[in-house]
Design a protein around this ligand. Structure first.
Ligand SMILES: NC(=O)N[C@@H](CC(=O)O)C(=O)O
Ligand SMILES: [Zn+2]
Ligand SMILES: [Zn+2]
Length: 355
């Protein structure tokens, strides 16, 4: 049994850093990662070049304030709306790595998302020309579609026709949650998919059996055990289309625990340790570096990061909530003791800092 794991420094291809006091509190939690695709679902959303630049500056300021000299590259994204035009795409080319499609009302802060996805075709065509990746929250929003089926229905009704309309566009299906999505991505070309740490370790029993656990509520909602097993097989398998995106999505406890709790799991500070545990249990530690450090970069056409991180096994990491000026944020609890930790990591100090 090995007690240390050294990996090329990883990337997080789906991250919510938020803004203001929460950004300041959570930024250090992502500094095990060299780069991250930064989600644009702020209020108001990040819809043009000026907003992208200013958000990028706020992130770099928060990173520098948390850990002076820390090296971190935010890969910025544009939030697509019904009003996005090909000219907006030209404006953000060179500034944004990707643009994000939220079907309107599909998830947290998606009210300004896209209602008319067909109408977006000229924008998608321009993205393909300019080499901007499309990241998708892949769920339909129709009230009649069961929440557990919304990803599968999206693939058939929305994603398959979109790929036919704009076959040259590089697409990442974010936070896949079903066996159906894994099979879809395997069969498609020009597509990648991110898998989160939480979708790899919990299923709907961990959300609902024996009492409701709001901190395990995220979108897409966690599915059946067999779906989770398909995700684990994809993450630990050899298909380069599947790579890590934490979808770490902090909300304060009052927002998670109220009568209409917000969707999102705050995983970033623990993500690598959770993945190490899972890959070890699956007998696939030799694949961890591919999943967190190599495949996503290759998909996005980025060089792998210089430098390494080393994880060591030790006493269980405490999972206390972190304090922010807006209220406490509870860390995701994977349901097992987290005994791996990144050496010299600023990420876990997130709990020791009071902001
Ligand atoms: N995943 C979530 O449950 N929530 C995310 C939004 C998203 O990624 O869908 C958030 O911003 O809170
Ligand atoms: Zn999403
Ligand atoms: Zn997300």
């Amino acid at each position: 049994m090995t007690d240390t794991i050294t990996l090329r420094r990883p990337d997080d291809f789906h991250l919510h850093l938020r803004d203001g006091a929460i950004l300041e509190a959570v930024a250090r939690g992502s500094l095990d990662f060299a780069r991250a695709i930064i989600m644009p679902n702020l209020v108001p959303p990040v819809v043009d070049a000026a907003m992208v630049r200013s958000y990028r500056d706020r992130i770099m300021t928060a990173v520098e304030k948390s850990v002076p000299g820390a090296e971190f590259g935010p890969l910025m994204t544009l939030y697509l709306t019904d009003d996005t035009t090909p000219a907006t795409i030209d404006e953000v080319a060179g500034l944004c790595t990707a643009a994000k499609l939220y079907p309107a009302h599909a998830t947290t802060n998606s009210a300004s998302g896209v209602n008319d996805i067909d109408g977006l075709t000229p924008v998608l065509e321009r993205m393909a020309e300019r080499g901007i990746v499309l990241c998708i929250h892949g769920e339909v929003t129709d009230h009649e579609v069961d929440i557990f089926d919304r990803e599968a229905v999206f693939l058939e009704r929305v994603l398959a026709p979109m790929r036919e309309r704009v076959p040259e566009l590089k697409i990442v299906l974010e936070h896949v949650s079903t066996r159906t999505a894994i099979d879809f991505v395997k069969a498609a070309g020009n597509m990648g998919a991110t898998i989160t740490a939480h979708h790899l370790v919990i299923d709907r029993n961990d959300l609902l059996a024996g009492g409701i656990r709001p901190h395990n509520y995220c979108l897409p909602i966690v599915k059946r055990r067999e779906d989770r097993e398909a995700l684990v097989a994809a993450a630990t398998g050899d298909n380069p289309a599947f790579f890590f995106g934490s979808d770490s999505a902090p909300h304060t406890d009052p927002r998670k625990l109220g009568p209409c709790g917000a969707a999102g799991c705050f995983t970033a500070p623990l993500a690598l340790a959770i993945l190490a545990h899972l890959f070890e249990a699956a007998g696939a530690l030799d694949r961890l570096e591919e999943f967190v450090s190599l495949r996503g970069a290759a998909f996005y056409g980025l060089p792998p990061n210089p430098g390494t991180v080393t994880l060591t096994r030790g006493a269980p990491v405490p999972l206390d909530p972190i304090d922010t000026a807006d209220g406490p944020i509870t860390l995701f609890n994977p349901g097992f003791e987290v005994t791996w930790r990144v050496e010299n990591s600023p990420a876990l100090d997130v709990q020791e800092k009071v902001f």
